[in-house]
Design a protein around this ligand. Structure first.
Ligand SMILES: [Zn+2]
Ligand SMILES: [Zn+2]
Length: 354
């Protein structure tokens, strides 16, 4: 190769790079503008990472029930307009000032907890999930229903190599919040799970690995969900209005239906606990004190801590947790959400960008 050709090649390469730089200045995003309206596909400027932030090329973003609560107006404080999505897996494309935790090209995951203040009483006590100033991905800051997103480096996780991008996405919330719910449920052997969606299908695998017995409660008449629960190792699967054949030590409710709380209290033994794993639930009907008495407890799980994330992502490949996913192109986010709303997703719905 002559010197002249070499130079020519270099210029052409530089032009191509330049072209690529131009290209990434805009991105596709699915935008939430008003409750009850479908998300709108828009072309937006690609954001720039600020100090301590990374720009992430989103590869996959799972659709969570919380996203439904946002678009349906049940969670009333979203940033507007908003890019939803808080189960993000992608690669670091650019680093803001001071970013040391990750290199360009590293694969990272972004969860619901997007930022905490670090100085309030809850943060000091290691309960950053309850931080007074917390920011939430895909709710109070933009999330991952887009080609690119911005995240604080301190709130990103490394993704185990065991998973591809699409498989890993549901770990970011269904996995993490499911794991936090399981820890809250205590050590009891007999565990009930109400609502057999994305979180339940992950929790069931972890619980089975811990040698627990799973009792799965599904929507009445949903035989597919029952079968799915049994394939994941449930000892028993029935309708949510049924009582299990034995008293349970604990129950986790992932379905957003308040009438499941008294149902679950009736199913747990003395001293048992009912954990509500969702961010929103319809009103809980009144119930007789006798089903709470004998030291039964009801509690909720709010958000996650980074420690939950580190623990769960270390555990998941050892179980190994396998996620069942249904992939949708980014622009079909509305269809993915509609199927999730009507219970037509087995496992988790995941939006993919290419
Ligand atoms: Zn705080
Ligand atoms: Zn979620």
């Amino acid at each position: 190769m002559s010197i002249g050709e070499d130079v020519l090649w270099t210029i052409e390469d530089a032009l191509q790079k330049h072209h690529r730089t131009e290209y990434i200045q805009t991105m596709r995003a699915m935008i939430f503008e008003k409750a009850g309206q479908p998300l709108r596909l828009a072309e937006l400027p690609t954001p720039h990472p600020g100090a301590g932030q990374v720009l992430i090329r989103v590869r996959a973003c799972a659709a969570c029930r919380t996203d439904l609560h946002v678009v349906d107006g049940e969670l009333t404080q979203p940033k507007l307009p908003l890019i939803p999505g808080h189960e993000i897996v992608g690669t670091v494309e650019q680093k803001g000032a001071g970013v040391e935790r990750f290199k360009i090209g590293d694969r990272v995951g972004v969860p619901w907890l997007g930022w905490t203040c670090g100085v309030c009483a809850f943060c000091f006590a290691g309960r950053e999930n309850l931080c007074d100033q917390a920011r939430f991905t895909g709710y109070t800051v933009d999330g991952g229903y887009a080609d690119y997103t911005i995240a604080d480096q301190c709130f990103c996780f490394s993704i185990p190599d065991f998973y591809n991008d699409t498989e890993a996405a549901p770990l970011m919330c269904a996995g993490l919040i499911g794991y936090r719910s399981l820890v809250k449920a205590g050590e009891g052997k007999r565990l009930g799970i109400y609502g057999f969606g994305a979180a339940a299908h992950i929790v069931a695998q972890v619980a089975k690995h811990q040698k627990r017995e799973i009792y799965a409660f599904t929507r009445q008449g949903d035989d597919e969900a029952k079968k799915f629960a049994v394939t994941l190792g449930a000892a028993w699967a029935g309708g949510s209005n049924q009582l299990p054949p034995v008293k349970l030590d604990a129950a986790i409710i992932f379905a957003p239906a308040g009438d499941l709380v008294p149902q679950a209290l009736r199913a747990v033994n003395k001293g048992g606990i009912v954990v509500c794993g969702g961010i929103h639930m319809s009103d809980i009907p009144s119930f007789p004190y006798s089903i709470l008495w004998e030291e039964r407890a009801v509690c909720s799980v709010a958000n996650l801590t980074r420690r939950d994330g580190e623990e769960f992502l270390a555990l998941a490949p050892r179980v190994p947790v396998r996620t069942e996913v249904q992939a949708f192109p980014l622009q079909e986010a509305n269809e993915a959400l509609a199927r999730l709303r009507s219970g037509r997703i087995q496992g988790a719905a995941v939006l993919v960008t290419d």
